[in-house]
Design a protein around this ligand. Structure first.
Ligand SMILES: [Zn+2]
Length: 153
């Protein structure tokens, strides 16, 4: 289980993810699967909800630096923002420009249930904000600077 992406139309992508009370209850294969699927699909971030696990967990792998975030909170957003194109493993082939803070600070737990703080810049910052949105049930297409006038097939 947890080895495949749910369809882009799945309700899981539109729901707020649930808080993880006990990190030990995270299925053993979930974290492996998250990094495996990211690697196979050439992505740099993946949230649990994208593979059918509706809880507050996401993984990133920017510049070959794999990170796991459990029950994350973004505690600070820089007022400086950048607009860059983004994609999403749940929406193959779809890309759009999104404005996001250049720097963020995030607090989360790791797989050993240890709390950590991280300041992220540039691509990692963008990737974290994209994944954090997934946990709020926000899909990236809703944040495009220019909304398509025709429905995306
Ligand atoms: Zn995504």
């Amino acid at each position: 289980m947890y080895m495949d992406l749910v369809p882009s139309t799945s309700i899981l992508l539109q729901q707020k993810a649930l808080y993880i009370d006990n990190v030990k209850e995270i299925p053993n294969n979930l974290i492996f699967s998250m990094f495996y699927i990211m690697d196979m699909k050439g992505g740099i971030g993946l949230s649990g909800c994208q593979i059918g696990y509706p809880y507050q967990i996401f993984a990133t792998n920017v510049d070959s630096n794999p990170l796991l975030f459990i029950n994350p909170e973004i505690t600070w957003y820089s007022s400086e923002k950048d607009i860059e194109d983004e994609g999403c493993l749940s929406f193959p082939g779809v890309r759009g420009a999104i404005k996001r803070s250049r720097i963020i600070k995030i607090k989360a737990r790791n797989a050993s249930n240890e709390e950590f703080d991280l300041t992220a810049t540039e691509l990692l910052s963008r990737c974290i904000q994209h994944e954090f949105d997934h946990l709020q049930g926000i899909v990236f297409t809703s944040k495009f600077e220019i909304q398509p006038t025709d429905p995306v097939a």
